[in-house]
Design a protein around this ligand. Structure first.
Ligand code: NAI
Ligand code: MG
Length: 326
């Protein structure tokens, strides 16, 4: 298995070292090819996503990505489009012993990853007048809806909730909602409902347990996944996978966190859980479970970085996890 490793910028580099410590320890047949992208790459090569990096991503079996800074749109958003990873899977789960708003939350957000306002179709049409185009297609909506229901079945989940704003964005969200409802008919074993995105945000904050699988469009998914991360302890704990027909990109939800970058205190959990998602993708279920269990124990013992109230450094926390894999 050939894995392109892109640490990127800021804490991306720090948490990638932490995750690699764990992956190396598992001794699996992975060949890691380290490549550059992000703000630093832009300074060095004049391109945030150098051609060699993109080529390597296209020919590898998966990409493991840390974080980009201000160039995120040109790097990770572009990579998701280029590699056609249409499904962005973002679990939000509360772990034992973590001081968070809610215990027992276990939500998976399935975000459409190739359409919507994030296509970047933005124009300045006149002095002081800008315009952005929101693209939602039937094919894209069906593909992501089917993915969400299949994920629900595979993971033994009971309910899929679609989020949209079809009362205002009648065409784009209307199409998305209608396709989701249609696809739901093919999965009578899975409960389905849909909410307007604004009300859903309130429900998420006040009563997150009414959600199981969340199915939504690109920008709403981006926003709601940070919100969901906030319910269970923050971005330091939020992993994600971008899945397509041919390619997969694994990355934590967080960015380069310039406020803490370089201090060695970033929480490596999101990146380690991201590595677990990659392991499961390749069928290394036992290995992924072992790593997640080790991390859970470390979290429960309060051996954490400062964002969760502990006093460990990034690598110290990763070493605690690695030690429990013996
Ligand atoms: P961010 O996710 O980098 O940080 C938001 C807040 O969460 C900060 O207070 C940060 O310290 C904290 N945080 C994030 N990850 C953490 C971790 N592992 N441990 C402890 N605390 C953590 O988002 P922000 O501040 O909006 O953006 C910073 C830069 O990152 C920007 O340049 C943005 O463009 C980029 N970005 C890149 C993304 C990507 O590469 N996928 C995603 C989001 C933002
Ligand atoms: Mg985001």
């Amino acid at each position: 298995m050939r894995i392109t490793v892109i640490p990127g910028d800021g804490i991306g580099r720090e948490v990638m070292d932490a995750a690699m410590l764990i992956l190396e320890k598992l001794n699996l047949p992975f060949e890691f090819v380290w490549m550059e992208a992000g703000d630093e790459a832009l300074k060095k090569y004049g391109k945030a996503l150098p051609d060699e990096t993109l080529e390597e991503c296209l020919k590898s079996d998966a990409v493991l990505f840390g974080a980009a800074g201000e160039t995120a749109a040109d790097v990770i958003v572009r990579l998701r489009f280029e590699l056609e990873t249409f499904a962005n899977v973002r679990p939000a789960k509360s772990y034992r012993g973590v001081n968070c708003l809610y215990e027992g939350v276990d939500i998976v957000i399935v975000r459409e990853n190739t359409e919507c306002l994030y296509k970047g179709l933005e124009f300045e049409v006149a002095e002081g007048v800008t315009q952005g185009i929101r693209v939602i297609t039937e094919k894209g909506s069906r593909r992501i809806a089917e993915f969400a229901f299949e994920l629900a079945r595979r993971e033994g989940r009971k309910k899929v909730t679609a989020l949209h704003k079809a009362n205002v964005m009648k065409k784009t969200c209307g199409l998305f909602r209608d396709v989701c409802r249609k696809v739901a008919e093919g999965y009578p074993d899975i409960e389905f409902n849909d909410y307007y995105i604004d009300a859903a945000c309130m429900y998420l904050v006040m009563d997150p347990k009414r959600f199981d699988v969340i199915l939504t469009t690109n920008m709403f998914g981006d926003i709601v996944s940070d919100l969901a991360a906030g319910l269970v302890g923050g971005l330091g704990l939020a992993p994600s996978a971008n899945i397509g027909e041919k390619h997969a990109i694994f990355e934590p939800v967080h960015g380069s966190a310039p406020d803490i970058a370089g201090k060695g205190i970033a929480n490596p959990s999101a990146m380690i859980l991201t590595a677990c998602m990659m392991l499961r993708h390749f069928g290394y279920i036992d290995e992924a479970n072992r790593v997640e269990k080790a991390l859970e124990d470390v979290l429960a013992e309060g051996k954490t970085t400062p964002d969760l109230g502990g006093n460990l450094r990034t690598m110290e926390m990763a070493e605690e996890v690695a030690r429990r894999l013996n």
